[in-house]
Design a protein around this ligand. Structure first.
Ligand code: ZN
Length: 124
């Protein structure tokens, strides 16, 4: 996978969909313009647990990315990024969290205003 842009945003997502798709309590995600994310070797397979199409490598099973339909946005799981490249700005969907993370980042109940949500946060 080749990424030819800086991330638009990066965060930890605590939603049930991301937890189920990744088998984790929460997931680091960095958002990029879809046009900047290119598969340069092999193929990817895509599935959806709920609505978000998620792509993985059919050979090794590695989770790769999720393209947000109709939005030219691709979310790449932090583990697929080069070491040291992931720097989260906030947490999202914290009201669904099963493993609260106490750190200095904002913890939005759902999504922040820039993503169509609001300023409400949880008090961890
Ligand atoms: Zn999520």
């Amino acid at each position: 996978m080749r990424i030819s842009a800086e991330p638009i945003s990066a965060f930890y997502c605590h939603c049930a969909d991301c937890r189920a798709a990744n088998g984790a309590a929460y997931v680091g995600v960095a958002l990029y313009p879809s046009s900047a994310v290119e598969v340069v070797a092999g193929t990817v397979a895509t599935y959806a647990i709920r609505n978000l199409p998620r792509s993985f490598c059919p050979s090794c099973g590695a989770r790769m990315f999720a393209r947000v339909p109709d939005d030219d946005i691709t979310g790449i799981v932090a583990e697929r990024l080069p070491e040291g490249a992931f720097h989260a700005d906030f947490h999202v969907h914290c009201r669904e969290a099963i493993a609260p993370v106490r750190d200095a980042l904002p913890h939005y109940e759902a999504l922040p205003p820039a993503f169509g949500g609001d300023e409400r946060t949880v008090d961890w």
